[in-house]
Ligand binder design. Structure first.
Ligand SMILES: *Cc1c(COP(=O)(O)O)cnc(C)c1O
Length: 409
């Protein structure tokens, strides 16, 4: 079949999904617009600051807008937090103390977070374990939280913090929906009102109409090189949640004595505001594109997650390829159709913080930004490409066209 006809057919198969995504983006756009108006955002909020940043107007208003949009009591948004892992680590170290227990109920955390928790064998790297924090995890059962075991462990271990990851990470599993969080948080609160509930929210922002902080999570954490940056924020991360949690985060970010009062950023905050404003649209394009890529590969006989019949609870599409060489070819094709560094050919490499070799395509304007068209994968069986992002739907459609050409035989 002619490639464009084939793509048209794929798009027709996805009309219901696309309509749902339009509705979610509309709702989130309204919520964000309202937060901007409630805070009387003006040009002066975009100006930079220097030194201690005592006269910084942009930072507190940005924090407060994030809190409103995330339906949280407080939030910290900062270009000084270098990436998602840094923000997750900051959140953990803000709250956990020697002899506390951390319990993950969604299996292993993201690869780079595991090392923050468990450290390195025989070496003090300042991990939670090195500080005397205890750690346990419960595996998912058939893709969902093993509720019975989780409840039992919470009663037995009395953890200071319960950890959950919204997105799939590098596993063949479904992300958690906000309904899932609402259900489990209610159950946890019935037995322990006080434990801190921590959510790795990476890749989940604006995929639904609520965030985990709206259903009782204490700390919701993500990267601005992903969804909430809207594809234009140059660097940074956010943490949103309850006042008791964010107060500690503010102190850990700078110093226990001074907290969030200090901290400047000379370049200014315009992109942080504008990126948040654009995020619902960017996220919508990325998910629509991911469905299209998924549909193309499905029709060519590959297994994809979520399938075209399922809702998306993060921006990722997992595509199960037959072997390492098919996987590498897929990732290299993503790089080849990128607007930046299209001549680069990605190869598997030993990336800091990851246990297997990883191959990554990210021909992006913001280096490594995975809200832009990108694909990454550990080289291990089953050979799964994790595809995500794309600033415009049309760009992702060009990839879909090339994938069809490359894999149709
Ligand atoms: C991307 C990601 C992280 C880490 O973020 P970085 O910015 O790459 O450090 C953590 N958890 C999940 C689920 C992620 O997708």
């Amino acid at each position: 079949m002619n490639t464009l006809d084939f793509l048209k057919e794929c798009e027709n198969d996805l009309i219901q999904r696309f309509n749902e995504l339009d509705d979610i983006a509309y709702y989130n756009q309204k919520k964000i617009l309202k937060a901007f108006q409630n805070h009387n955002v003006a040009l002066r909020h975009f100006y930079g600051s220097t030194g201690y940043g005592y006269d910084d107007n942009g930072k507190p208003v940005l924090n407060s807008i994030y809190a409103e949009v995330f339906e949280a009591e407080k939030a910290v948004v900062s270009p000084l937090i270098t990436c998602g892992t840094h923000a997750l680590s900051l959140g953990l170290f803000s709250i956990l103390r020697p002899n506390d227990t951390l319990l993950s109920i969604t299996g292993s955390p993201y690869d780079t977070v595991v090392d923050c928790i468990n450290g390195e064998e025989g070496k003090d790297i300042g991990s939670l374990k090195d500080l005397g924090v205890k750690y346990e995890q419960i595996e998912l059962k058939n893709d969902v939280i093993n509720e019975e075991l989780a409840i039992k462990k919470i009663i037995d271990l009395k953890p200071k913090m319960v950890y959950m990851q919204r997105s799939r990470g590098y596993g063949w599993r479904k992300p958690l929906s906000i309904d899932d969080f609402e259900h489990i948080i209610k159950k946890i609160r019935e037995i322990d009102k006080d434990c801190y509930i921590f959510i790795d929210n990476c890749y989940g922002e604006f995929v639904e109409t609520r965030e985990p902080s709206a259903v009782g999570a204490d700390l919701v954490v993500g990267s601005l090189c992903k969804n909430p940056g809207g594809g234009i924020v140059p660097t940074g991360a956010y943490l949103a949640g309850t006042a008791r949690a964010i107060d500690l985060v503010e102190r850990q970010l700078t110093a226990p004595s001074i907290g969030i009062e200090v901290g400047s950023y000379e370049q200014g905050y315009r992109l942080y505001y504008q990126g948040l404003f654009m995020a619902p649209q960017t996220v919508k394009n990325a998910i629509k594109g991911a469905y299209l890529i998924g549909r193309v590969m499905e029709k060519l006989g590959y297994e994809v997650l979520p399938s075209s019949n399922e809702k998306s609870y993060d921006i990722i599409k997992s595509i199960k390829l037959n072997d390492a060489s098919e996987l590498i070819k897929f990732v290299q094709l993503v790089q080849k159709i990128s607007p930046v560094d299209s001549a680069a050919v990605p190869e598997p490499w030993d990336m800091p913080g990851y246990s297997d070799k990883v191959i990554m395509a990210a021909g992006t304007f913001v280096q490594g930004a995975s809200i832009e068209l990108s694909c990454d994968s550990p080289i291990r069986a089953p050979y799964i490409a994790y595809f995500q992002g794309g600033l415009t739907y049309e760009h992702i459609k060009i990839l879909a066209e090339q994938l069809y050409e490359a894999y149709k035989n």
